[in-house]
Design a binder for this molecule. Structure first.
Ligand code: ATP
Ligand code: AH0
Length: 376
């Protein structure tokens, strides 16, 4: 494949929030800013989401990444087949012919991530998906990085770096930090010199999701309705923000269960929810302690940007350091599709043998490519 070839790639992401499958289309050479196509989300039903939560518990028994204890092999097939269905629906809804897709980047579902043990497990069968779709699939893009001594996450920084090159006038304030507030939050710092600097910054929406699911039986705090009625519980916030994770040198990455939701008597539904928003925002702002220069602009992606309390706390904290906070949309991007787009971009980089990660993004020993290619 020559360097100027642009491929039409689909990216598929099922993130740590386990809320559904994001599908996005890109025309990309895997280097320059891509031409972005349509994107859609196909939510999981509540029952499947619960099975994924259970799968995460079962996965704790894994000591070697190919192991599939309990019903994990069956869940893995089901996850794969749900991705195939999502792609078929996406193509039907957008009127795009399957034959025009050059490659698919398939993340799968992370059920275990223990970088200290060199162990990261994403459920999803690349070959099964390639056969189902009749298309080349690149999957398992985290493993090679771990073998090269890296954290295996985050991988989206390569894509953030390409997008930074396409920032509109008026938003070229360097250093710029891309923030993804998903179940876990991660950041990518770019100052126009050198490789991106990236790491997982702390808990994102996952604590709040788990808290409102357990205490109120709802999947997430839509538009911040619950947190808007609450106040911050200082000692609960201090407990979370005092975690040794924040002092740890970077790069670093998190497993969803590294931070656990509060105990039931931690406070009222509303106060705890509000506190968890504050914790989500402060953990992102604390990331600046590990960066070479103070960020001037924060670009927020991921579902957490829809939470008013998280955004308000972020804006206030950033303003104290003379920095601005904008949503992905204000910067001309799609904050829901970004990770799926990244997996399309990374699939093309993988096909070209280009690095997916750098010592500054995951701690790998040298820039490292990755991914397993399955042909139909
Ligand atoms: N309208 C909304 N109001 C409040 N919160 C929302 C809203 N929409 C989404 N969210 C939050 O965003 C979460 C989903 O975020 P996202 O899809 O970015 O996560 P993810 O990609 O699964 O996670 P990760 O990036 O960690 O892999 C939901 O679980 C919810 O907490
Ligand atoms: C192991 C794993 O799946 N990690 C996710 C998770 O969700 C957010 C954060 O933690 C990030 O490190 C990563 O996902 C993004 C897409 C990444 O690798 O860039």
């Amino acid at each position: 494949m020559d360097e100027t070839t642009r491929l039409r790639a689909l990216g598929l992401m099922s993130g740590t929030s386990m809320d559904g499958i994001d599908v996005a289309l890109l025309d990309t050479d895997g280097v320059s800013a891509p031409a972005r196509g349509p994107a859609r989300t196909y939510p999981y039903d509540a029952a499947f989401r619960q099975r994924l939560e259970a799968a995460m518990q079962t996965a704790k028994a894994i000591t070697e990444r190919s192991q599939r204890p309990g019903n994990l092999a069956a869940i893995e097939r089901e996850i794969t087949d749900r991705h195939a269905d999502a792609v078929r629906r996406f193509l039907a809804e957008t009127g795009i012919a399957a034959a025009t897709i050059d490659a698919v980047g398939f993340h799968g579902q992370t059920v275990l991530h223990r970088p200290a043990e060199g162990l990261t497990v994403q459920l999803g069968e690349g070959q099964r998906l390639a056969t189902a779709l009749g298309c080349r699939v690149v999957h398992d893009m985290r493993a090679a990085d771990m073998l090269a001594g890296g954290q295996g996450a985050p991988l989206v920084p390569a894509y953030h770096a390409a997008l930074a090159a396409a920032l509109p006038d008026g938003l070229r304030d360097m250093p710029v930090v891309f923030v993804n507030i998903g179940g876990i939050s991660n950041i990518t710092y770019l100052d126009g010199a050198g490789d991106p600097i990236a790491f997982d910054s702390g808990p994102g929406n996952a604590l709040l999701d788990q808290w409102v699911a357990r205490e109120a039986g709802i999947a997430f705090d839509q538009n911040g309705a619950i947190a808007s009625e609450g106040g911050i519980i200082d000692n609960l916030a201090a407990d979370y923000l005092g975690s040794s994770f924040f002092a740890k040198t970077v790069p670093k990455s998190l497993d969803r269960s590294d931070f656990l939701p509060p105990v039931p008597d931690a406070g009222s539904l509303e106060d705890v929810a509000r506190t968890l928003c504050f914790v989500a925002a402060q953990s992102i702002l604390k990331a600046a302690e590990h960066l070479p220069r103070a960020p001037k602009l924060w670009i927020v992606c991921g579902g957490g940007r829809r939470h008013p309390a998280i955004m308000q706390d972020l804006r206030e904290g950033a303003a104290e350091k003379a920095a601005r906070v904008v949503s992905a949309e204000e910067a001309g991007f799609d904050g829901d599709a970004m990770e799926a787009e990244a997996w399309a971009f990374l699939a093309v980089r993988s096909l070209r043998g280009l690095p997916l990660t750098w010592p500054t993004t995951t701690g790998c020993r040298a820039p490292t490519t990755g991914g397993i290619l399955s042909a139909p």
